[in-house]
Ligand binder design. Sequence first.
Ligand code: HEM
Length: 405
Amino acid sequence: MTTLEENAGPVNDPTTDFNIFDPEFVRDPYPTMEEIRESQCPIAHSGRWGGSWFPTRYDDVVAIAQEHDIFTSRDIIVVPRSAAAAEGPYAGVAAPPITSDPPDHHWHRRLILPVFAPQAVAKYEQSTRDLCNQLIDKFIAKGEADAGTDYAQQIPVRVIATMLGVPTEMADEFTGWVRGVLEVGLTDPKVRLESRLKILKFFQAQLDDRKKNPRENDLITDLLNSGDKYPVTDQYVLGVCNLMLVAGIDTTWSAIGSSLWHLAQHPEHREQLRANPDLWPTAIEELLRAYSPVTMARIVDRDTEFQGCPMKAGDRILMSFPAANRDPRQFEQPDEVILDREHNRHVAFGSGIHRCAGSNLARLELRVSLQVWLERIPEFSLIDPAAVTWAGGQVHGPRVCRVRF
Ligand code: HEM
């Protein structure tokens, strides 16, 4: 595994040497994405961080997502895992269905889809609204808050903990573990492995408890009991719990945070949403498009040539849904946020067989958290735009984002 020092250093030409952890790229990746997209090499390659391809055009990202036979999902993290992780305890636990390929992917996904159906997630609307109000109650009198850590970060973790039937009081621990896997740990293999083990040990104990004390209306109990329909193993259930925690927290937190960061700087958009509440559905899709948080990876299964690029078996491809969503070939004025944008076939939730299973829940959380914020705090602005900090790599979004109101 390569180290932070080896992979840092200035980038002269992003088409041959991009660095997804370059601080400037983490803060504002869009100019580099545009430079690559409009160059001779719209599918860039870099040797940094174990090496990867970086398609930036919408059509290419969608085509790769569709070709799941060649571009497999057996490792979807943007950097390779360490040798220790490949051998240690729980080494065989993956994150189905996101890490599964057909034919298993089919039942891995089918088993969890019902819990994310629109009617199934609608029951979380009122509790999410209550949670958002309680969070705002804590800081509204102060006239300022951190829209990242005091608000956005606090919401999805509690919703997903409720859904999984695990203690919401452990929210900070869950958040720390997920950051360890998806954020800090991407450039620090030790943290990544430790965090992964904490998640898996925690869920193993939850599984053991459910086996002794099955619960009514409980996702983990239901998964453990679904063996009559599918070849369910403990390893599968553990993997699903792992994925739900990891996929359900950082992603939505980042989408809420980016949207608030945007609204803090655009009074005209706050006004538009106040004046015309019918705009919410298209506004949510537009914010998801413009600030898509998630980049996934694919592993090339066998040597192939894609758009003139000689891809070798084992190569990693970064599925930059954020770059695809800013492609001017697909979206007019892609860098503008147009809350009533009519044509918006964005791929913030991916494309093809792995399209986000949690998208209904994510949309609900994003809409409710922004609506409640705007109801309670109609006017607000960034205290210091330069002091906003960002996470990037796998999931892009603001972390510290102080606002005044
Ligand atoms: C704004 C928030 C979210 C975004 C932008 C997002 C994005 C994505 C993307 C891009 C994928 C496709 C992965 C791929 O192609 O490899 C995906 C898959 C998935 N997401 Fe989300 N996600 C979000 C929230 C959630 C939430 C709240 C959950 C709930 C636990 C969730 C659960 C999943 C699952 C289970 C998959 C795997 C689907 C499959 O492989 O068949 N996501 N998500």
